[in-house]
Design a protein around this ligand. Sequence first.
Ligand code: SAH
Length: 216
Amino acid sequence: MEGGSYSPDLERMIGEQLKERGINDERLLDAFRANPRHLFVPKDQKSRAYSDRPLPIGEGQTISQPYIVALMTDLLRVGPGDRVLEIGTGSGYQSAILATLGETVYTVEKKGKLQEQAKRIHRSLGLENIGYRTGDGTKGWKEQAPFEKIIGTGSVPEVPDSLINQLKVQGRLVIPAGARRQQRIVLVVKEGDRIRKEKKSYCSFLPLVGDEGWDK
Ligand code: SAH
């Protein structure tokens, strides 16, 4: 079986890149075990699939670094009843982790080709609780709103108002916001009428290009 030869690498990734850096939620670690990263990278990147960095997936885009996926998912605190909106499907890796933890994932991607690829991988893993839309996700997904959790996996200059508006009360939103080359992961918690924002780790994400993202 293809997965078999990679499982020591996957376990090492979980130990060295996640646990040793403070990610200890067993449900989250199990979600990483259920979605082996080598399935989400192109053939020519398979040998690097468990390395500690983002990797090219075509169309000028990347699959995020495993630790960053874990960190952002941890901040979101996704539980079994959660409907989650994701902006930037990319390889579909983050969507798969979310779909393993939550009830339903709604994922929006600008590039149709990447989304089709991701969908095929999700099908092969038996993940059926994911809804897909191709288009600009910086305005959210109004028809499916509100959401318990929202995650942006590309950067924005500022947290889009549309995303905050589509968050449920007590909902959590995580997105890298800041400058073009470096951002902070921002956690937004909707506490009734009040919005609490916390700036977390520094990071460097590719841009979300759209109405409430970057111009180009
Ligand atoms: N979550 C992905 C990483 C995404 S990289 C993973 O786990 O692999 C960022 C993605 O956002 C890219 O695929 C890019 O095409 C997409 N993107 C850029 N602008 C966007 C927009 N306005 N709406 C939706 N997706 C966008």
